[in-house]
Design a protein around this ligand. Sequence first.
Ligand code: ASP
Length: 585
Amino acid sequence: MFRTHNCGELRLSDAGKQVTLSGWVQIGRGFGGLTFVDLRDRYGITQIVFDGDDNAALTERAKKLGREWVIQVKGTVRERTNKNPNRATGDIEIIADELTVLNSSKVPPFTIEDDSDGGDDLRMQYRYLDLRRGPLQQNIIFRSKLALAVRAYLGEQQFVEVETPFLIKSTPEGARDFVVPSRLNEGQFYALPQSPQTFKQLLMVAGYDRYFQIVKCFRDEDLRADRQPEFTQIDCEMAFVTQEEVLNTFEGLTRHVFQELKGVELGTFPRMLYDEAIRRYGSDKPDLRFGMELVELNEVAQNKGFGVFDSAELVVGICVPGKADLTRKQLDALTNWVKRPQIGAKGLVYVKCNEDGTFKSSVDKFFDQEALAAWAAKCAAKPGDLLLVLSGEDEKTRGQLGRLRLHVAEENDMIPAGSFKPLWVVDFPLLEWDEDSERFHAMHHPFTSPKREEVERMLTGDHETMKSLKADAYDLVINGAEIGGGSVRIYDRELQEKNFQLLGFTPEEAEEQFGFLMGAFEYGAPPHAGIAFGFDRLCAVMNGQSSIRDFIAFPKNNQGRDVMIDAPASIDEAQCKELNLKITV
Ligand code: ASP
């Protein structure tokens, strides 16, 4: 038997017991005639003592143990004289009388401790060592528990878990597909699913009524910090439901997993219209953990001779509480921040609401104290607050200020740690006009239904009408992160054809790509709706972390590479030939 107990479970009540432990040597140290070894496994760390007076030969061997050696120790549990209150096993130690080296280890390239000294690249290369570290193990184990809790909850609610294929044809979710050459079908390619969207809809046609799957999805996007080319969704679909029932079902799931895994009661989720979210927060995923809502200032800021404002469609500001004391340098830094191409503002106007009731602004030339007082009143600013103001085209400017709002909150520690603010954002636009390609894009995806009362307008309306159509599409947002998104679906061939037409598909293209789905709609498709949660992100958000990478056992780096196995890699000529691929690099 390799072990009678794990390295995290022995307590004072076990004192006197003969035990066998196996694990990794975290660290060894000598102290007079004694040698101490911290023995680690995924359950914890237990201190082992080798006593040179009692057993000199054994202690000599223990002294030679290196970091990360795998050993087995037999001994007796005893109370420690100097207890370690920071460790669950800190009241006891094992006085060893047998030591077996199960395997030695090279000196690891970084220390396997909670705060490792290894850089990112090195830790990615030796991911199996990084995964030994406590914080990462906790993340991966959390992920597993979350998956089990989701399965249990949805299973209880009559959801059926169905696997859908990975080798498919393009699904249009708006990203690029990863493709796989087909050997048996020369010159043809499979695409890896960006999501199981069409399959889950077909399952509704097939009568499965409630489907879910915890499933890998693949999107060949340019990688941003919090994106992975392969990621996991909790993908769900329901038949014979309204939007309301979908929201309630998945609010129930979310509340359940927060309660079960975090002991947090989220309460009823507020709902906000998409238009309202944009207006108040400049974002369709507002972070509600702090205030600083956008305030429209046109009325008080225009027609005072400041050309930039006068020519702008919108003048809009936020009130940053207690920050009137920012220095010139800090304000310049904020101005530079909004002028970066990623944000794209032309400049930033500030107003300091001084403690003495006076105002100091970057536009004092155009606005007197009375005028600035009117701005402050509009923003409900108090002495000591700072107003930050942007101007320009409505939607764009709100977006810029929305991002500045987040930036300022983060920089100034205005986001309370450990709090969770969920929100349903509903009534997204159906279509999005893209100036560059002069085409409509589906805001969610092309299978999303317009709101029922909009169908007539959609079938008969003109171009401008199309821009204003609203969909039964919704997002679940927690702490400013999009956790889930879904919609009520079109289940009628005519409406689906119309939607493809609006999106610029010819009837032939629509038939070629989605004939199978529209065909299925002709065989008794039930009304249906669904949602998908970003599982990796849910893990991260539930743990107050921002990086999904730390919740994925074997993630890709920022270049989309797995540096441990060194993928992607070229394939040999024979393989290319078999696949009929000509590589010309
Ligand atoms: N397939 C969608 C997505 O991946 C989710 C849904 O509409 O259910 O975002």
